[in-house]
Design a protein around this ligand. Structure first.
Ligand code: SF4
Ligand code: SF4
Length: 357
């Protein structure tokens, strides 16, 4: 573990920006999101959770896949530098690792070719992720329900703890170890800029105190064992109408969610030239599943609500062995009618109707 004094933070970010496209939490117009920064002064350092999730760094809301005209197809240009993300909270680091299972895992196509998403991979595979510990979780955070925690290092390259006076940096992955190695190596110091010192025993004690203090601020989680099976068991019950009664299918929960990844592909063109664009979509929207015949298999609001919950806590478990939810709480914060996914989970767990197992 190394210690970077806050007074050196600007040097650090400026130096990092020489080798990477650096993203960090920025607040503008009252809304926060991850944006490209060149200096520490642009960063909203105290921000616990950004309003918009960081998935848009690697999976933008709208992304041109290629352009075409009479001469053929041209792919969009690759960025000249790799991406570094500073200050991702543990839930958001985990969300990127989940999305990497979807976009970054090679899978067999009907013609037996293997396919993985090149647009995701060329950004995520080379990225350097600085996870940032949460010393004071919000009341809407429930990462501890889903195997996470406010000081979770999982999937970070470098895990950072803000002690108030300094950032303590713990390398986690091989990439992180190589980066910190360069920072501490006098010969490579210029590559990483700001000088760091080895963390002291007092630093490590402080880090442990902050971690146990943060854990103590979170309520005890309910046991979620068997949630996926319980969901399958109640698929045909009318509990879904009760749980979705308030939902207006605005899709805000899916758009702020760090793990929702439905998209549509559209062509924008005229006169033989144009571009193909990938755009976020949501299973909460009525036309998401409408077929060309006009038939819609998820024609009811409750069916769409059920799909989102089933995908997160049952289907994704079947496919990838974990829930597609990090407990970030963004959907709880943003829902205009007060739907709280934690209450939905608790209601499912307590349901004792005929479909319950
Ligand atoms: S934000 Fe709330 S109202 Fe909007 S789709 Fe999600 S659950 Fe429904
Ligand atoms: S479902 Fe809600 S709590 Fe879970 S990852 Fe998405 S926004 Fe966060």
């Amino acid at each position: 573990m190394v210690r970077l004094e806050k007074g050196k933070f600007d040097d650090f970010i400026r130096s990092l920006a020489e080798d990477y496209i650096v993203y960090a939490a920025v607040t503008a117009g009252g809304k926060s999101s991850f944006k490209v920064v060149a200096s520490a002064g642009e960063i909203d350092e105290g921000r616990l959770l950004t309003d918009r999730s960081p998935k848009e760094i690697f999976f933008p809301h709208s992304e041109v896949l290629f352009e075409y005209d009479g001469d053929g197809i041209r792919e969009t240009k690759k960025a000249a530098k790799p991406i570094a993300v500073w200050g991702l909270r543990g839930c958001d680091v985990k969300s990127l690792a989940m999305l990497d299972k979807v976009f970054g895992t090679a899978r067999q196509m009907p013609d037996n070719e293997m396919f993985e998403d090149p647009y995701w991979k060329r950004k995520y595979d080379n990225s350097l992720i600085f996870g940032l510990a949460c010393n004071e979780p919000r009341s809407t955070c429930f990462c501890n329900w889903l195997g996470g925690g406010p000081h979770s290092e999982d999937a970070s390259d470098i895990f950072v703890i803000d002690t108030g006076e300094a950032f303590l940096m713990q390398p986690v992955s091989d990439k992180g170890k190589a980066f910190i190695g360069k920072m501490t190596d006098a010969a490579g110091a210029s590559a990483a800029g700001a000088s760091v010192a080895k963390a002291s025993g007092a630093d490590e004690k402080k880090a442990a105190e902050l971690a146990s203090g943060a854990r103590a601020m979170m309520a005890e989680p309910p046991a979620l064992d068997g949630l996926d099976e319980k969901l399958k068991g109640i698929f045909h019950e009318d509990i879904w109408e009760e749980m979705s009664a308030k939902c207006v299918n605005c899709g805000a929960c899916a758009f702020v969610c760090s793990t929702c990844h439905c998209f549509d592909v559209q062509d924008e063109g005229k006169g033989g030239k144009g571009k193909r664009i990938r755009i976020w979509d949501s299973c909460m929207f009525p036309i998401f599943t409408r077929e060309a015949s006009g038939h819609n298999p998820r024609h009811l609001s409750s069916d769409r609500f059920k799909q989102r919950v089933m995908h997160k806590y049952s289907y994704f478990v079947d496919n990838y062995g974990e829930s597609l939810c990090t407990g970030c709480g963004r959907c709880v914060i943003v829902c205009p009618v007060g739907v709280d996914i934690r209450e939905v989970i608790k209601r499912v767990l307590s349901f004792e109707g005929k479909g319950a197992r």
